[in-house]
Design a protein around this ligand. Structure first.
Ligand code: ZN
Length: 192
């Protein structure tokens, strides 16, 4: 599956919208990405999982781990394709941790999988949580990299598709300057 085919599936399912959006951060962007809208189709999630797994076929991955909630569906599919175990991390009092009785074998060869990498923050936090539990994290992967390749997570990283998405303060937004009202994704109404 090449990068264009990946993006195409996002467009088809409404997971990638182009226009003028107000993000939950308050910033404005010309692109809105909602991975859950493509991953709601198990056959598409499975195909992405297989495509990510392809790069790690001979890497001896024993464990795939993902940050909840966004990474769970795709991480599970990658684990299935690799015949590996799957666990997730989640925040507890703000800190990314392994819960639910999940344990890691010493030096267990681990791949961290995310749906979207933006700054790499949650992937880095997941890697740290796994290392604290004794894992050997060898790589990280995502369906979409919206950092344009610049996010550094401290281990080698692959992605199925790359998008350079700029978010700007409304005072610097070109579309706003043209008098266009920003849309809040998930709603059909224009932002106030
Ligand atoms: Zn704007």
């Amino acid at each position: 599956m090449n990068s264009e085919q990946v993006i195409d599936q996002f467009r088809t399912t409404g997971a990638l919208l182009e226009g003028h959006f107000q993000l939950s951060s308050g910033l404005h962007s010309t692109v809105y990405l909602q991975c859950a809208l493509v991953l709601q189709f198990p056959d598409r999630a499975e195909a992405f999982g297989r495509a990510i797994a392809e790069a790690y076929r001979d890497a001896g991955i024993q464990l795939v781990a993902s940050p909840a909630i966004g990474g769970i569906v795709i991480g599970h599919e990658v684990a299935r394709a690799l015949g590996a175990r799957f666990v997730w991390t989640e925040r507890e009092s703000g800190e990314m941790t392994l819960r639910r009785g999940f344990t890691i074998a010493p030096e267990e060869k681990t791949l961290v999988v995310e749906d979207v990498i933006t700054t790499g923050g949650s992937t880095r936090e997941t890697i740290e949580a796994l290392k604290r539990a004794g894992a050997n994290v060898v790589a990280a992967a995502s369906i979409i990299d919206r950092s344009g390749g610049s996010a550094d997570v401290g281990v080698p990283r692959t992605t199925l598709a790359s998008l350079k998405v700029l978010s700007v303060d409304p005072s610097e937004c070109d579309a706003c300057k043209l008098g266009d009202a920003a849309v809040k994704p998930g709603s059909r109404k224009a932002a106030p």
